[in-house]
Design a protein around this ligand. Structure first.
Ligand code: NCD
Length: 331
């Protein structure tokens, strides 16, 4: 197979990712997924390198997933926890990053509640003439590229377990339902899915899906995106339904009458899925508010839900990203 070179040192956003870059990630992740299903789950690829997780915001799966991915590539890992760090003594974020640089960090995985922090650290690393790679693990409401890529991988691998590739998404209908306004996951997924050729349908109450939101993104493929302020048109004949958590911590005003009412109109329960294609599958980036975005029986049904598979795929995709950023050639 011809190998296309990977040229990115940093992974900060999916906005300018090309179809061939998505395919490199999918192919590379598929190889690592293979490694993970073998007896020996570790490869020596990043031996001697240091991967630092700088999570300035709480996280369960993303942080653990990056840590495990780095360890499975044999890298040394450092974990930063803001509560017990010098940030509490007034150190700036850039100085924290420089401290980890001085310890020999090769790659930084960064999450912050403000949009733009990973980008600022990446710029600083360039300015200092270092070769450190920065990966955005979620910046405010802006983007969450590794989540977008693991969702893409989960969907494509469901469609063809042997050869997950973007081409499989041509003509597929994917509904994204929920708190789109506050969701960095939605933004990254909108970029990756529309670029890959899927038809994306967004559904949410108008307070969580203002028309301006999408117009402001300046999409490369506006024809592949539809907005709905009701669930039914988004679910009709959908191949995949991606639900999003209501982000209480980011809601500064009362945007919803009540959670019960939200569930009634936009929650995914079994009977609502009758409108979708018979082989429809559900995704959710987690954490889930059970009974709000998804009813429990739907969420726990392995014949419907890909949620646990997303988590497993996440490790393989993050191994692929660290491998590519570390200079590995596309697999
Ligand atoms: C998401 C996040 O933190 O952006 N979760 C995740 O990374 N798996 C979504 C969320 O918090 O709802």
């Amino acid at each position: 197979m011809a190998t296309t070179p990977w040229t990115r040192r940093h992974i900060l956003s999916l906005e300018d990712f090309s179809v061939s870059e998505y395919d490199i990630v999918l192919r590379t992740a598929a190889s690592f997924r293979e490694v993970l299903s073998r007896g020996t789950k570790k490869v020596p690829t990043l031996q001697g390198r240091v991967v630092t997780n700088l999570f300035f915001e709480p996280s369960t799966r993303t942080r653990s997933s990056f840590e495990l991915a780095a360890k499975r590539l044999s890298a040394d890992t450092l974990n930063f926890a803001p509560g017990s760090s010098s940030l509490t003594k007034g150190e700036t974020i850039l100085d924290t990053a420089k401290t980890y640089l001085a310890m020999g960090t090769d790659m930084m995985v960064i999450r912050h509640r403000e949009a733009g922090v990973p980008q600022a650290i990446a710029r600083e690393m360039e300015r200092l003439g270092t070769r450190v790679g920065v990966l955005n693990a979620g910046d405010g409401q802006h983007e969450h590229p590794s989540q977008g890529l693991l969702d893409l991988f989960t969907i494509c691998r469901f469609l063809d377990p042997e050869h997950p590739r973007t081409e499989l998404l041509q003509g597929k209908k994917i509904a994204i339902v929920g708190d789109i306004l506050h969701s960095r996951v939605a933004r990254s997924n909108i970029w990756s899915l529309t670029e890959s050729g899927a038809e994306v349908h967004l559904a949410a109450p108008p307070t969580l899906l203002p028309k301006l939101f999408v117009e402001a993104m300046g999409l490369h493929h506006p024809d592949r995106l539809q907005l709905h302020w009701a669930l039914e048109p988004a679910l009709e004949n959908a191949d995949f339904v991606m639900t999003l958590r209501l982000q209480h911590e980011r809601m500064t005003e009362h945007l919803l009458p009540s959670l019960r009412e939200y569930h009634q109109h936009f929650g995914i329960a079994r009977d609502r899925l009758k409108a979708c294609r018979p082989d429809v599958r559900l995704l959710h980036p987690g954490p889930v508010n059970r009974g709000v975005e998804l009813s429990s029986d739907v969420m726990d049904d392995p014949a419907l839900s890909l949620i646990q598979i997303q988590v497993t795929s996440g490790v393989a995709v993050r191994m692929a990203l660290l491998y590519l950023m570390g200079g590995g050639s596309s697999l």
